[in-house]
Design a protein around this ligand. Structure first.
Ligand SMILES: Nc1ncnc2c1ncn2[C@@H]1O[C@H](COP(=O)(O)OP(=O)(O)O)[C@@H](O)[C@H]1O
Ligand SMILES: [Mg+2]
Length: 324
């Protein structure tokens, strides 16, 4: 079963200038699986995640495409349908854990409200149970605290508890660990994926952390300038990337540098599109570009989902290098 199906999704922000944040996204996520969306800042990850939750800002206009979650046409939902969708199917974890909680309310009270909205047991015992499942020490103390009184790691555990107690079908986590230090980051990611696996929740995880993606996710989608330029099994795509952008991104992965390879960063920055990219949006930064890249809009290659007109050639070069 497909949990999320996106076809040729185009989204523009309208204002003094038009910004095309999604330039034709195609994506499928299997039910109960985890998909990471990776790419530099500005590639459209948050915009894509926000539309899946119908949480995009008012200035966003869907220009084209379809979006289905669990077979439901999310873009067509009316107010009532949208409320039910958000309550029954969806959970969202934001980047800033403390900011995502209500600053005026003790943590216990916030848990109580979530449980009550679910028609669940709202007792203190149930609240403590949720926090214990997140390996929070001394939960009896934590439920009496306000969000600003806990650490970022603790707040993110609380946010995960609040998201997962509703047994969502789909969890969207937008760089949930970006603000945390590395030790805490690993624990929070582990908790998130353990909970999701236990409940069969489909996970859409936006991340910069490629080693963690390879470790925890089934699939990965590499985004650039509002398109998914490569997608496939996480370990294959990150271990042997095909698209020149994925290759460049994987080469910036610090864990590779630790294994003795050169730590590269990609010169230049992603473009801001104001309309459809005519050719390949990565071409100006691409070491493998040819003249046609400026004018030919790449379509998925047959052997591997990579939006590069030279995919078959690059794969053949790889095979040669292995033989040589
Ligand atoms: N509310 C907005 N109004 C106008 N442009 C936006 C808005 N949000 C994002 N953008 C633009 O859309 C593009 C994609 O941004 P975003 O989805 O935040 O990327 P990412 O999450 O990968 O960093 C960027 O060019 C960004 O400047
Ligand atoms: Mg973002």
């Amino acid at each position: 079963m497909t949990a999320v199906r996106i076809r040729d999704l185009v989204l523009e922000f309208t204002g003094t200038t038009t910004v095309r944040a999604l330039d034709g996204v195609d994506l499928e996520v299997a039910e109960g699986s985890s998909l990471a969306i990776v790419g530099e800042s500005g590639s459209g990850k948050s915009t894509l995640a926000s539309v899946v939750g119908r949480l995009q800002p008012r200035s966003a206009r869907i220009v084209n495409g379809t979006l289905e979650v669990g077979g439901v046409d999310v873009l067509a939902l009316d107010a009532g349908g949208l409320r039910r969708y958000r309550r029954d199917a969806l959970a969202y974890i934001a980047q800033d854990p403390i900011g995502s909680l209500d600053p005026t309310m003790r943590i216990g009270r916030q848990l109580q409200l979530v449980l009550s909205a679910m028609g669940d047991d709202t007792s203190t015992r149930r609240q403590l149970e949720l926090l214990e499942a997140m390996q929070i020490e001394n939960p009896a103390r934590v439920i009496r605290l306000f969000p600003h009184q806990v650490s970022g790691g603790m707040a993110q555990r609380v946010a995960i508890a609040m998201a997962m107690c509703r047994t969502p079908k789909l969890l969207i986590a937008d760089e949930p660990t970006a603000a945390l230090d590395s030790q805490v980051r690993e624990e929070v990611v582990r908790l998130l994926f353990d909970q999701a696996r236990a409940q069969g929740t489909t996970v859409l995880w936006l991340s910069h952390d490629l080693p963690a993606v390879a470790r925890w996710c089934d699939e990965v989608a590499v985004m650039y300038a509002g398109r998914v330029v490569e997608r496939g099994p996480a370990q294959a795509v990150l271990g042997q990337p095909v698209h020149p952008y994925s290759r460049a991104l994987a080469a910036t992965d610090p864990s590779r540098a630790r294994r003795g390879e050169r730590l590269a960063s990609i010169p230049g920055a992603p473009p801001m599109l104001h309309g459809p990219a005519e050719g390949c949006a990565f071409a100006p930064r691409c070491p493998a570009r040819i003249e046609a890249c400026a004018t030919t809009r790449p379509q998925p290659a047959v052997t591997r989902h990579s939006l590069c007109i030279r995919t078959e050639e690059l794969l053949a070069q790889d095979r040669q290098e292995v033989i040589a």
